[in-house]
Design a protein around this ligand. Structure first.
Ligand code: ZN
Length: 398
Protein backbone atom coordinates (compact mmCIF):
# COMPACT_ATOMS: atom_id res chain seq x y z
CA UNK A 1 0.00 0.00 0.00
CA UNK A 2 1.22 3.45 -0.90
CA UNK A 3 1.81 5.62 2.15
CA UNK A 4 -0.77 8.34 2.59
CA UNK A 5 0.61 11.76 1.76
CA UNK A 6 0.51 13.86 4.92
CA UNK A 7 0.98 17.54 5.39
CA UNK A 8 2.88 18.82 8.42
CA UNK A 9 2.46 22.10 10.16
CA UNK A 10 5.44 24.02 11.54
CA UNK A 11 5.05 22.46 14.99
CA UNK A 12 5.23 19.04 13.36
CA UNK A 13 1.64 18.13 14.04
CA UNK A 14 -0.05 15.88 11.55
CA UNK A 15 -2.64 17.93 9.77
CA UNK A 16 -5.22 16.93 7.25
CA UNK A 17 -4.68 14.45 4.42
CA UNK A 18 -4.72 16.32 1.10
CA UNK A 19 -7.54 14.03 -0.06
CA UNK A 20 -9.73 15.10 2.86
CA UNK A 21 -8.97 18.77 2.16
CA UNK A 22 -9.94 18.41 -1.51
CA UNK A 23 -13.09 16.49 -0.53
CA UNK A 24 -14.20 19.28 1.82
CA UNK A 25 -13.41 21.95 -0.78
CA UNK A 26 -15.53 20.11 -3.34
CA UNK A 27 -18.41 19.80 -0.86
CA UNK A 28 -18.20 23.54 -0.26
CA UNK A 29 -19.15 24.27 -3.88
CA UNK A 30 -22.91 24.56 -3.94
CA UNK A 31 -24.05 22.54 -6.96
CA UNK A 32 -27.58 22.13 -5.72
CA UNK A 33 -30.56 22.21 -8.04
CA UNK A 34 -32.29 24.28 -9.29
CA UNK A 35 -29.23 26.54 -9.62
CA UNK A 36 -26.01 24.53 -9.44
CA UNK A 37 -22.78 26.50 -9.49
CA UNK A 38 -21.30 24.48 -12.34
CA UNK A 39 -18.79 27.16 -13.31
CA UNK A 40 -17.02 27.16 -9.91
CA UNK A 41 -17.07 23.42 -10.04
CA UNK A 42 -15.44 23.42 -13.48
CA UNK A 43 -12.72 25.83 -12.31
CA UNK A 44 -12.03 23.71 -9.25
CA UNK A 45 -11.75 20.53 -11.33
CA UNK A 46 -9.55 22.08 -14.03
CA UNK A 47 -7.14 23.34 -11.37
CA UNK A 48 -7.20 19.89 -9.75
CA UNK A 49 -6.39 18.22 -13.08
CA UNK A 50 -3.36 20.48 -13.59
CA UNK A 51 -2.19 19.73 -10.06
CA UNK A 52 -2.19 16.03 -10.98
CA UNK A 53 -0.76 16.55 -14.45
CA UNK A 54 -3.88 15.25 -16.18
CA UNK A 55 -5.20 16.75 -19.43
CA UNK A 56 -8.42 18.56 -18.54
CA UNK A 57 -11.18 19.16 -21.08
CA UNK A 58 -14.74 20.40 -21.00
CA UNK A 59 -17.78 19.68 -23.10
CA UNK A 60 -20.48 22.34 -22.79
CA UNK A 61 -23.64 20.25 -23.12
CA UNK A 62 -26.00 23.20 -22.64
CA UNK A 63 -25.19 26.83 -21.85
CA UNK A 64 -23.66 26.88 -18.36
CA UNK A 65 -23.65 23.09 -18.06
CA UNK A 66 -20.13 21.83 -18.63
CA UNK A 67 -19.14 18.20 -18.42
CA UNK A 68 -15.56 18.15 -17.16
CA UNK A 69 -13.18 15.44 -18.23
CA UNK A 70 -9.58 14.50 -17.50
CA UNK A 71 -7.50 12.09 -19.48
CA UNK A 72 -4.45 10.03 -18.64
CA UNK A 73 -3.12 8.57 -21.89
CA UNK A 74 -2.22 4.90 -21.87
CA UNK A 75 0.79 3.14 -23.39
CA UNK A 76 -1.54 1.70 -25.99
CA UNK A 77 -4.14 4.42 -26.60
CA UNK A 78 -5.94 2.32 -29.22
CA UNK A 79 -7.21 -0.13 -26.57
CA UNK A 80 -10.70 0.37 -25.10
CA UNK A 81 -10.38 2.64 -22.10
CA UNK A 82 -11.39 2.81 -18.46
CA UNK A 83 -14.00 5.46 -17.67
CA UNK A 84 -14.34 6.75 -14.12
CA UNK A 85 -17.70 8.44 -13.90
CA UNK A 86 -19.17 10.81 -11.32
CA UNK A 87 -21.75 13.57 -11.36
CA UNK A 88 -21.19 17.04 -9.94
CA UNK A 89 -24.77 18.05 -9.16
CA UNK A 90 -26.61 17.36 -5.92
CA UNK A 91 -30.25 17.44 -4.85
CA UNK A 92 -31.81 20.18 -2.72
CA UNK A 93 -30.54 20.16 0.87
CA UNK A 94 -33.22 22.04 2.88
CA UNK A 95 -30.52 23.60 5.08
CA UNK A 96 -32.79 24.18 8.07
CA UNK A 97 -33.10 20.42 8.63
CA UNK A 98 -29.35 19.90 8.90
CA UNK A 99 -27.25 19.82 12.06
CA UNK A 100 -24.38 21.47 10.15
CA UNK A 101 -24.39 23.67 7.08
CA UNK A 102 -24.50 21.27 4.07
CA UNK A 103 -21.94 23.44 2.25
CA UNK A 104 -19.42 23.90 5.05
CA UNK A 105 -17.60 20.56 4.72
CA UNK A 106 -17.79 20.27 8.52
CA UNK A 107 -16.03 17.33 10.17
CA UNK A 108 -17.10 16.27 13.65
CA UNK A 109 -15.01 14.68 16.40
CA UNK A 110 -15.79 11.16 15.09
CA UNK A 111 -14.44 12.05 11.68
CA UNK A 112 -17.83 12.28 10.00
CA UNK A 113 -17.64 14.76 7.16
CA UNK A 114 -20.99 16.40 6.46
CA UNK A 115 -22.17 17.83 3.19
CA UNK A 116 -24.68 17.47 0.41
CA UNK A 117 -22.97 15.07 -1.97
CA UNK A 118 -20.84 13.38 0.74
CA UNK A 119 -22.28 10.00 -0.32
CA UNK A 120 -23.89 10.92 -3.65
CA UNK A 121 -21.32 11.31 -5.14
CA UNK A 122 -18.72 14.01 -4.65
CA UNK A 123 -16.72 11.62 -2.46
CA UNK A 124 -16.24 9.25 -5.39
CA UNK A 125 -15.09 11.96 -7.80
CA UNK A 126 -12.37 12.92 -5.31
CA UNK A 127 -11.50 9.30 -4.54
CA UNK A 128 -10.75 8.63 -8.22
CA UNK A 129 -8.40 11.60 -8.40
CA UNK A 130 -6.70 10.93 -5.09
CA UNK A 131 -6.17 7.31 -6.08
CA UNK A 132 -4.42 8.59 -9.20
CA UNK A 133 -2.32 10.90 -7.00
CA UNK A 134 -1.24 7.96 -4.84
CA UNK A 135 -0.39 5.89 -7.90
CA UNK A 136 1.73 8.75 -9.19
CA UNK A 137 3.52 9.03 -5.84
CA UNK A 138 4.38 5.35 -6.26
CA UNK A 139 5.80 6.19 -9.70
CA UNK A 140 2.89 4.64 -11.52
CA UNK A 141 2.24 7.41 -14.00
CA UNK A 142 1.24 5.37 -16.98
CA UNK A 143 -0.93 2.33 -17.56
CA UNK A 144 -1.53 0.13 -20.55
CA UNK A 145 -4.94 1.63 -21.23
CA UNK A 146 -6.07 5.23 -21.27
CA UNK A 147 -8.05 6.36 -18.23
CA UNK A 148 -10.76 9.05 -18.50
CA UNK A 149 -12.32 10.66 -15.45
CA UNK A 150 -15.56 12.51 -16.14
CA UNK A 151 -17.68 14.81 -13.99
CA UNK A 152 -21.23 15.13 -15.35
CA UNK A 153 -23.92 17.76 -14.81
CA UNK A 154 -27.65 17.25 -14.30
CA UNK A 155 -27.70 13.58 -13.27
CA UNK A 156 -30.17 14.39 -10.51
CA UNK A 157 -32.64 15.94 -12.95
CA UNK A 158 -32.88 13.11 -15.48
CA UNK A 159 -29.60 13.84 -17.36
CA UNK A 160 -31.35 15.36 -20.38
CA UNK A 161 -28.65 18.03 -20.56
CA UNK A 162 -26.03 15.71 -19.15
CA UNK A 163 -25.25 12.12 -20.12
CA UNK A 164 -28.19 11.88 -22.56
CA UNK A 165 -26.60 14.61 -24.69
CA UNK A 166 -23.02 13.55 -24.07
CA UNK A 167 -23.41 10.01 -25.44
CA UNK A 168 -24.46 11.56 -28.78
CA UNK A 169 -21.27 13.63 -29.16
CA UNK A 170 -18.14 12.78 -31.12
CA UNK A 171 -16.12 13.42 -27.98
CA UNK A 172 -17.95 10.54 -26.33
CA UNK A 173 -17.19 8.18 -29.23
CA UNK A 174 -13.54 9.21 -29.13
CA UNK A 175 -13.33 8.08 -25.50
CA UNK A 176 -13.54 4.49 -26.81
CA UNK A 177 -14.84 3.13 -23.53
CA UNK A 178 -14.17 -0.44 -22.51
CA UNK A 179 -15.48 -0.34 -18.95
CA UNK A 180 -17.14 2.23 -16.75
CA UNK A 181 -17.23 2.63 -13.00
CA UNK A 182 -20.24 4.59 -11.74
CA UNK A 183 -21.95 5.09 -8.38
CA UNK A 184 -23.56 2.31 -6.42
CA UNK A 185 -25.13 2.63 -3.04
CA UNK A 186 -23.94 2.91 0.56
CA UNK A 187 -24.13 -0.28 2.57
CA UNK A 188 -25.29 -0.31 6.22
CA UNK A 189 -23.15 -3.39 6.97
CA UNK A 190 -19.80 -4.72 5.76
CA UNK A 191 -20.98 -5.98 2.35
CA UNK A 192 -20.09 -3.86 -0.68
CA UNK A 193 -22.99 -3.57 -3.09
CA UNK A 194 -22.16 -3.67 -6.77
CA UNK A 195 -24.82 -2.73 -9.30
CA UNK A 196 -24.64 -4.47 -12.68
CA UNK A 197 -28.05 -3.38 -13.97
CA UNK A 198 -30.95 -1.30 -12.88
CA UNK A 199 -34.70 -1.31 -12.71
CA UNK A 200 -36.53 0.68 -15.34
CA UNK A 201 -39.02 3.17 -14.00
CA UNK A 202 -42.53 3.45 -15.40
CA UNK A 203 -44.81 6.16 -14.17
CA UNK A 204 -48.35 5.29 -15.09
CA UNK A 205 -51.52 7.32 -14.68
CA UNK A 206 -54.74 5.31 -14.67
CA UNK A 207 -57.93 7.23 -15.37
CA UNK A 208 -61.25 5.77 -14.22
CA UNK A 209 -64.32 7.47 -15.62
CA UNK A 210 -67.92 6.89 -14.64
CA UNK A 211 -71.21 8.63 -14.11
CA UNK A 212 -71.39 11.56 -11.70
CA UNK A 213 -74.31 11.70 -9.30
CA UNK A 214 -75.57 12.28 -5.82
CA UNK A 215 -73.97 10.20 -3.06
CA UNK A 216 -77.34 8.81 -1.96
CA UNK A 217 -77.91 7.09 -5.28
CA UNK A 218 -76.63 3.62 -5.95
CA UNK A 219 -74.75 4.38 -9.15
CA UNK A 220 -74.09 1.51 -11.54
CA UNK A 221 -71.29 3.08 -13.51
CA UNK A 222 -69.23 4.18 -10.51
CA UNK A 223 -65.69 5.52 -11.08
CA UNK A 224 -64.81 4.75 -7.46
CA UNK A 225 -65.54 1.06 -7.87
CA UNK A 226 -63.33 1.01 -10.95
CA UNK A 227 -60.56 2.69 -8.97
CA UNK A 228 -60.95 0.04 -6.30
CA UNK A 229 -60.52 -2.69 -8.87
CA UNK A 230 -57.40 -0.96 -10.24
CA UNK A 231 -55.91 -0.59 -6.76
CA UNK A 232 -56.58 -4.25 -6.01
CA UNK A 233 -54.85 -5.31 -9.22
CA UNK A 234 -51.79 -3.08 -8.88
CA UNK A 235 -51.30 -3.42 -5.16
CA UNK A 236 -52.02 -7.13 -5.31
CA UNK A 237 -49.11 -7.47 -7.71
CA UNK A 238 -46.92 -5.60 -5.23
CA UNK A 239 -45.91 -8.87 -3.61
CA UNK A 240 -43.84 -9.74 -6.66
CA UNK A 241 -42.82 -6.32 -7.93
CA UNK A 242 -41.83 -3.37 -5.81
CA UNK A 243 -44.22 -0.51 -6.45
CA UNK A 244 -45.13 2.66 -4.78
CA UNK A 245 -48.60 4.03 -4.81
CA UNK A 246 -48.15 7.77 -5.07
CA UNK A 247 -51.49 9.46 -4.70
CA UNK A 248 -55.09 9.32 -5.73
CA UNK A 249 -57.16 12.25 -6.83
CA UNK A 250 -60.87 12.68 -6.99
CA UNK A 251 -63.78 13.53 -4.79
CA UNK A 252 -65.43 16.89 -4.68
CA UNK A 253 -67.53 16.67 -1.56
CA UNK A 254 -68.69 13.68 0.51
CA UNK A 255 -72.16 13.44 -0.98
CA UNK A 256 -71.07 13.67 -4.58
CA UNK A 257 -69.83 10.68 -6.55
CA UNK A 258 -67.19 12.14 -8.85
CA UNK A 259 -67.17 11.28 -12.53
CA UNK A 260 -63.46 10.60 -12.58
CA UNK A 261 -60.72 9.18 -10.39
CA UNK A 262 -57.01 9.11 -11.22
CA UNK A 263 -54.40 6.90 -9.68
CA UNK A 264 -50.65 7.28 -10.20
CA UNK A 265 -48.24 4.41 -9.91
CA UNK A 266 -44.47 4.38 -9.72
CA UNK A 267 -43.41 0.98 -10.99
CA UNK A 268 -39.80 -0.26 -10.97
CA UNK A 269 -39.31 -3.11 -13.39
CA UNK A 270 -36.45 -5.52 -13.03
CA UNK A 271 -34.39 -5.94 -16.24
CA UNK A 272 -35.32 -9.63 -16.11
CA UNK A 273 -39.03 -8.80 -16.46
CA UNK A 274 -40.78 -9.20 -19.84
CA UNK A 275 -41.78 -5.55 -20.42
CA UNK A 276 -44.39 -6.26 -23.13
CA UNK A 277 -46.04 -8.92 -21.01
CA UNK A 278 -46.15 -6.57 -18.07
CA UNK A 279 -47.90 -3.89 -20.09
CA UNK A 280 -50.37 -6.46 -21.41
CA UNK A 281 -51.17 -7.46 -17.85
CA UNK A 282 -51.66 -3.82 -16.86
CA UNK A 283 -54.01 -3.25 -19.81
CA UNK A 284 -55.93 -6.35 -18.68
CA UNK A 285 -56.38 -4.90 -15.19
CA UNK A 286 -57.84 -1.72 -16.70
CA UNK A 287 -60.20 -3.74 -18.90
CA UNK A 288 -61.36 -5.82 -15.93
CA UNK A 289 -62.08 -2.67 -13.93
CA UNK A 290 -64.89 -1.75 -16.34
CA UNK A 291 -65.52 0.54 -19.30
CA UNK A 292 -63.79 3.92 -19.63
CA UNK A 293 -60.73 2.94 -17.65
CA UNK A 294 -57.58 4.02 -19.48
CA UNK A 295 -53.92 4.42 -18.66
CA UNK A 296 -51.16 6.64 -19.93
CA UNK A 297 -47.42 6.74 -19.34
CA UNK A 298 -45.97 9.76 -17.61
CA UNK A 299 -42.56 8.21 -18.18
CA UNK A 300 -41.53 4.87 -19.57
CA UNK A 301 -37.92 3.72 -19.55
CA UNK A 302 -36.80 0.98 -21.85
CA UNK A 303 -35.26 -2.22 -20.68
CA UNK A 304 -31.48 -1.96 -20.58
CA UNK A 305 -29.03 -4.84 -20.73
CA UNK A 306 -27.07 -5.86 -17.65
CA UNK A 307 -23.28 -5.90 -17.40
CA UNK A 308 -21.77 -9.40 -17.21
CA UNK A 309 -20.75 -10.61 -13.76
CA UNK A 310 -19.28 -13.97 -14.68
CA UNK A 311 -15.68 -14.95 -14.08
CA UNK A 312 -15.33 -15.23 -17.86
CA UNK A 313 -15.67 -11.49 -18.24
CA UNK A 314 -12.10 -10.11 -17.97
CA UNK A 315 -13.22 -6.71 -16.63
CA UNK A 316 -15.44 -8.16 -13.92
CA UNK A 317 -12.82 -10.72 -13.07
CA UNK A 318 -10.13 -8.02 -12.71
CA UNK A 319 -12.42 -5.81 -10.63
CA UNK A 320 -13.45 -8.54 -8.22
CA UNK A 321 -9.89 -9.88 -7.94
CA UNK A 322 -9.06 -6.71 -5.98
CA UNK A 323 -12.01 -7.18 -3.62
CA UNK A 324 -11.05 -10.83 -3.14
CA UNK A 325 -7.43 -9.92 -2.36
CA UNK A 326 -8.64 -7.45 0.22
CA UNK A 327 -10.87 -10.14 1.73
CA UNK A 328 -13.96 -8.03 1.26
CA UNK A 329 -17.54 -9.19 1.09
CA UNK A 330 -19.56 -8.00 -1.86
CA UNK A 331 -22.88 -8.62 -3.47
CA UNK A 332 -23.86 -7.96 -7.10
CA UNK A 333 -27.30 -6.43 -7.31
CA UNK A 334 -29.82 -4.67 -9.53
CA UNK A 335 -29.81 -0.98 -8.66
CA UNK A 336 -33.27 0.07 -7.46
CA UNK A 337 -32.93 3.67 -8.62
CA UNK A 338 -31.60 5.18 -11.80
CA UNK A 339 -28.02 6.12 -12.65
CA UNK A 340 -26.29 7.41 -15.77
CA UNK A 341 -24.97 3.89 -16.38
CA UNK A 342 -28.23 3.07 -18.11
CA UNK A 343 -27.35 5.35 -21.04
CA UNK A 344 -24.07 3.47 -21.45
CA UNK A 345 -25.64 0.03 -21.06
CA UNK A 346 -28.33 0.96 -23.59
CA UNK A 347 -25.54 1.49 -26.13
CA UNK A 348 -23.94 -1.81 -25.25
CA UNK A 349 -21.18 -0.56 -22.95
CA UNK A 350 -20.27 -2.33 -19.74
CA UNK A 351 -20.80 -0.32 -16.56
CA UNK A 352 -20.94 -1.18 -12.89
CA UNK A 353 -22.07 0.88 -9.94
CA UNK A 354 -19.73 0.82 -6.98
CA UNK A 355 -19.67 3.18 -4.01
CA UNK A 356 -16.91 2.13 -1.58
CA UNK A 357 -19.11 3.02 1.38
CA UNK A 358 -19.76 0.34 4.00
CA UNK A 359 -20.91 0.37 7.63
CA UNK A 360 -22.59 3.67 6.89
CA UNK A 361 -26.14 4.83 7.32
CA UNK A 362 -27.64 5.57 3.90
CA UNK A 363 -28.23 9.32 3.77
CA UNK A 364 -28.39 9.82 0.02
CA UNK A 365 -30.82 12.70 -0.71
CA UNK A 366 -31.45 12.91 3.06
CA UNK A 367 -30.49 15.59 5.58
CA UNK A 368 -27.16 15.25 7.46
CA UNK A 369 -25.58 13.36 4.56
CA UNK A 370 -22.09 12.42 5.72
CA UNK A 371 -19.15 10.15 5.11
CA UNK A 372 -16.62 9.10 7.70
CA UNK A 373 -13.03 10.08 6.96
CA UNK A 374 -11.76 6.53 7.51
CA UNK A 375 -14.33 5.07 5.11
CA UNK A 376 -13.47 7.78 2.59
CA UNK A 377 -9.71 7.11 2.81
CA UNK A 378 -10.22 3.38 2.66
CA UNK A 379 -12.19 3.91 -0.55
CA UNK A 380 -9.14 5.66 -2.04
CA UNK A 381 -7.01 2.67 -1.12
CA UNK A 382 -9.46 0.40 -2.97
CA UNK A 383 -9.60 2.62 -6.06
CA UNK A 384 -5.80 2.72 -6.15
CA UNK A 385 -5.76 -1.01 -6.68
CA UNK A 386 -8.88 -1.13 -8.87
CA UNK A 387 -7.71 1.59 -11.26
CA UNK A 388 -4.27 0.06 -11.65
CA UNK A 389 -5.72 -3.42 -12.21
CA UNK A 390 -8.35 -2.34 -14.75
CA UNK A 391 -6.13 0.12 -16.60
CA UNK A 392 -3.50 -2.58 -17.00
CA UNK A 393 -5.96 -5.22 -18.17
CA UNK A 394 -4.33 -7.17 -20.99
CA UNK A 395 -6.02 -6.94 -24.40
CA UNK A 396 -8.53 -9.67 -25.11
CA UNK A 397 -11.21 -10.28 -27.71
CA UNK A 398 -13.09 -7.03 -27.00
ZN1 ZN B 1 -25.83 10.05 -7.59
Amino acid sequence: MTPTPKAFSTINQVVEDIAVTRFKQYLQIDTEHPDPNYRSCENFLHKYASELGLQPWSCELAPGKPLVGMTLLGENPSLPTLLLYSHTDVVASYKERWTYDPYSGYEDIEGNIYGRGAQDMKSIGIQYLEAIRRLQLANKNKFLRTVHVIFCPDEEISSEEGMVKFVKTNKFKELNIGYCLDEGTASPDDIYLIAYGERASWWVKVICQGAAGHGSRFLENNAGLKLQSILNSFLGYREEQRKRFLNKEGGIQPNVVPAEFQAWFDIRLSPFENFDKFEEMMAGWCKNAGPDVTYEFVSKNRNTPTTPISKEDPWWSAFTSVLDEENLKYSPEIFPGGSDSRFLRELGYKAIGFSPIINTKLRVHDNDEFLNEKVFLNGIHLYTKIIERLANLQPFNE
